[in-house]
Design a protein around this ligand. Sequence first.
Ligand code: SF4
Length: 266
Amino acid sequence: MAQGAKTRGGHIDAEKVNPEIAEIRKVTPYKAIDSPNRFYQYNDVKSMCDFIEKIREHTGIPVGIKMVIGGTDSVEELASYMKETGKGPDFISLDGGEGGTGASYQELIDSVGLPIKSALPILVSTLEKYGVRNRVKIIASGKLFTPDRIAIALAMGADLVNIARGFMIAIGCIQTMKCHSNACPVGVATTDPELQKALVIDEKKYRVVNFLVTLRKGLFRISAAAGLDSPIHFQPKHISYKDDKGIVTSLEDIMKEVNGQIGSRQ
Ligand code: SF4
């Protein structure tokens, strides 16, 4: 339903839609594509869950949703419906408002959607409140491209993380945020054959592998430092924040506070 910065839906400038892309996406070449930011198949939690059931029946595989949250209401509605009906997604991919794209409006990129470190505790606590946490896997994303950020997301209750930006940077993205145009200067997000020359696959593939291997090693190193034999065992008690004045707050206390706030809502 949403990616961090893409609450507007997707957009690709006409110039980028060459015949190959047009054929794949079944659209007219060299005409801008605006992907809607909603599905016509559903318009509320009930019809969304019905649609999920339909896809699951047809495919026989787990079906999830990807979302960004701006508050507690929508998650509360979903969790309550899941409890009441036994329906719902098999996984929720939760993106922070910082989840990136250049193909959006600046004010949406900058300000819409809670960051993942605020959104995750809300989602986890709300699913727990309605007793449905164990029915759904939580996948966290939103600039989670370093071992410490991944460890924090796991400690907050994510089952796993998604990484896009880290791999984009590994293949050369310099974050110019022109992905929707055809002018990506490093050849990553362009159909311009001249610019594409900058994306030397024989070199970049090693960078991707190096990033992944190094990231994994770093995550296991942090786990070992916390006395854990695997990152999957991170819990809130392993994480502490220090503010500018040196005051320390544990994630455990933050999670308790969020739990209390969610629990007291009717
Ligand atoms: S460098 Fe290319 S892929 Fe990266 S943000 Fe800019 S346009 Fe997008």
